[in-house]
Design a protein around this ligand. Structure first.
Ligand SMILES: Cc1cc2nc3c(=O)[nH]c(=O)nc-3n(C[C@H](O)[C@H](O)[C@H](O)COP(=O)(O)OP(=O)(O)OC[C@H]3O[C@@H](n4cnc5c(N)ncnc54)[C@H](O)[C@@H]3O)c2cc1C
Length: 420
C-alpha cells in the first residue's frame, strides 16, 4: 500500500456505508464517511428487531460503532451531504456541505437541561408519530452521541433558557454551514432507501386514516424507544390492537406505482405479526398477499408463522380501504383469489407493507452515474472509481447489504492500488 494513498469517500452512513468504511479502514485505508442525518445507522437503527434472528438493531450496530471508534482512519461528517464531485478514478475532488448542529461537543448536554423547554418538533426518527424538544438527542443509541438543536423550532424564551442551563461552550447558536473540500481516490455510494409515499395510494387511505400505518411506522410502534414505549396500540385512541391486517405489496409490483418487488416486505410483515402475537395472545393477524417471497433459509420463518392459529394468510390484492367514521375501524375490500370470494372485512388497525424507493430516485449523486428505470444505481455498469453498495443498488436485507458493502470496499481498494 502506498503511504500517500488518497482516502475513500463513503456517501451514506447506514449499515452499507458503515460496513464499507470499517472494512476498508481495518486494512489500513483512510475513509471519509458523509451522512446526511445527525447519526449513523440509517434505517436499520429505526427497526425494533430484525429478522431472521429477531435481534435488536443494537447487536450489529454496536459492533460497527466500536470498530469505528477504535479506528483513527475513519473521519465522520454527520448532517452533511456531498454537493459536488469532479475528477476521475484515483483522483476525485469533492465538496462537502455540513449543516450546523449548534451543539459543539458529545456528552455536553443531557435531559435535565432540556426538560424545561416548551418548543417542540416532530420526531422524524419515529416517523412523526410524536414530538421531541427542540434540543434533542436523535435516539437512544445515537452515534455520535451528541444532541442536536432545531433552531427554527426554538422559541425566544427557550433560547434564553438553554443559554442559562447548558454548560459554557456546549452550544454555539451562531454556528453556520460549513464547506469542506476533500481529495479522494475512490467513492462508495451507500445512500440507501426511503419508504414509498403512501399519499399516492388513494385506494388504501392515502395516509389520511389514523389507524392505517406503514411497515416502518410499525417498527417504531413496537420499539421501546418508540412513541408508545413499545406498546402496539391504535394511533386514534390508544386501544390495544386485537385484529390487525397487513396489506402486502402496497404500491409494489404495480405498474402505477413501483413495478418491482422490494424483497424484504413479506419477511417484515411476518416479523411484525410476531411482534403483535408476542404482545397479545388473543390478537388476530391477517396478511393479504399476492405471493409470499421468503427466499432461502428465511422460508423457515414463514412456515413457523403458519403454525400460529391466530395468523391467517389470504391470497388477494386489497382493492380498497374505507374507514368507519365513529370507530375509526377499517373495512377492507379484497378478492380471495383462491376461493374467488369477495371479502369485506373489518379490522381495528392496518399496516401497509410499502416498498423501498432508492434515495437516488429524488436526489442524484453530483457526478454522472448510471441509474436503472427506478433510480437505483446500476451496479452492472459502475463508473470507474465509484461503486454503489446496499439498497442504493437494489432492495435487499441486511445480510446481503453487508456482503455487498464489503465487496464495494474491495473494489475501492483495488482502484486506489491500480498502477502500483
Ligand atoms: C419495514 C422494513 C423492515 C425491515 N426489516 C429488516 C429486518 O428485520 N432484517 C433485515 O435484514 N432487513 C430488514 N429490512 C431491510 C433493511 O432496512 C435494509 O437492508 C437496510 O436499511 C439497507 O441499508 P443501507 O445502508 O443500504 O440503506 P439505509 O438504511 O437507507 O442507509 C442509507 C444512509 O444513507 C444516508 N443518506 C441518504 N442520502 C444521502 C446523501 N445524499 N448524502 C449523505 N447521506 C445520505 C441516509 O440518511 C442513511 O443513513 C427492512 C426493511 C423494511 C422496509
Amino acid at each position: 500500500m502506498k503511504a500517500d494513498v488518497k482516502p475513500i469517500l463513503v456517501i451514506g452512513g447506514g449499515i452499507a456505508g458503515m460496513t464499507a468504511a470499517v472494512e476498508a479502514a481495518e486494512v489500513g485505508y483512510r475513509v471519509i464517511l458523509v451522512e446526511k442525518e445527525a447519526y449513523l445507522g440509517g434505517r436499520v437503527v429505526r427497526m425494533n428487531r430484525y429478522f431472521p434472528k429477531m435481534c435488536p438493531p443494537t447487536c450489529g450496530f454496536e459492533i460497527n460503532v466500536r470498530r469505528i471508534k477504535q479506528n483513527p482512519r475513519i473521519t465522520i461528517h454527520t448532517m452533511a451531504t456531498v454537493e459536488e464531485i469532479t475528477g476521475e478514478a484515483g483522483d476525485f475532488k469533492a465538496k462537502i456541505l455540513k449543516k450546523p448542529r449548534y451543539v459543539t461537543g458529545e456528552y455536553a448536554i443531557d435531559e435535565s437541561m432540556t426538560e424545561k423547554l416548551t418548543s417542540e418538533r416532530a420526531d422524524d426518527f419515529n416517523y412523526g408519530m410524536n414530538q421531541t424538544k427542540a434540543l434533542y438527542s436523535p435516539h437512544d443509541m445515537a452515534y455520535p452521541p451528541a444532541y442536536v438543536l432545531d433552531k427554527e423550532a426554538l422559541s425566544e424564551t427557550d433560547t434564553s433558557t438553554i443559554t442559562k442551563t447548558c454548560p459554557d461552550g456546549a452550544l454555539d447558536l451562531n454556528m453556520t454551514e460549513e464547506k469542506i473540500n476533500i481529495k479522494v481516490g475512490a467513492i462508495i455510494v451507500a445512500t440507501g432507501w426511503q419508504p414509498y409515499d403512501v399519499a399516492r395510494l388513494d385506494n388504501l387511505g392515502g395516509g389520511q386514516f389514523p389507524n392505517v400505518i406503514t411497515n416502518v411506522m410499525m417498527e417504531r410502534l413496537a420499539a421501546k424507544g418508540g412513541p408508545t414505549g413499545g406498546e402496539i396500540v391504535r394511533p386514534s385512541d390508544g386501544k390495544k390492537v386485537e385484529n390487525i391486517a397487513f396489506v402486502q405489496c402496497a404500491g409494489s409490483r404495480d405498474e402505477n406505482h413501483l413495478p418491482y418487488c422490494s424483497a424484504v416486505c413479506c419477511m417484515a410483515s411476518l416479523k411484525q405479526a410476531r411482534y403483535i402475537r408476542e404482545q397479545n395472545e388473543n390478537a388476530k393477524v391477517t396478511i393479504f398477499y399476492i405471493d409470499i417471497r421468503t427466499i432461502g433459509s428465511l422460508e423457515k420463518f414463514y412456515y413457523d408463522m403458519l403454525e400460529d392459529q391466530n395468523v391467517s394468510l389470504i391470497k388477494g390484492k386489497v382493492a380498497q380501504i374505507n374507514q368507519e367514521p365513529e370507530s375509526n375501524d377499517l373495512i377492507l375490500d379484497v378478492e380471495d383469489t383462491l376461493s374467488r370470494e369477495n371479502l369485506h372485512q373489518k379490522f381495528d388497525m392496518v399496516v401497509l407493507a410499502t416498498g423501498m424507493v432508492p434515495n437516488t430516485a429524488d436526489v442524484k449523486i453530483p457526478f454522472e452515474l448510471n441509474y436503472d428505470d427506478y433510480g437505483f444505481i446500476d451496479g452492472a455498469t459502475d463508473i470507474d472509481g465509484i461503486y454503489a453498495a446496499g439498497c442504493a443498488k437494489h432492495p435487499c436485507d441486511v445480510s446481503r447489504v453487508t456482503k455487498d458493502s464489503t465487496a464495494a470496499a474491495l473494489k475501492a481498494i483495488q482502484c486506489l492500488n491500480r498502477g502500483e
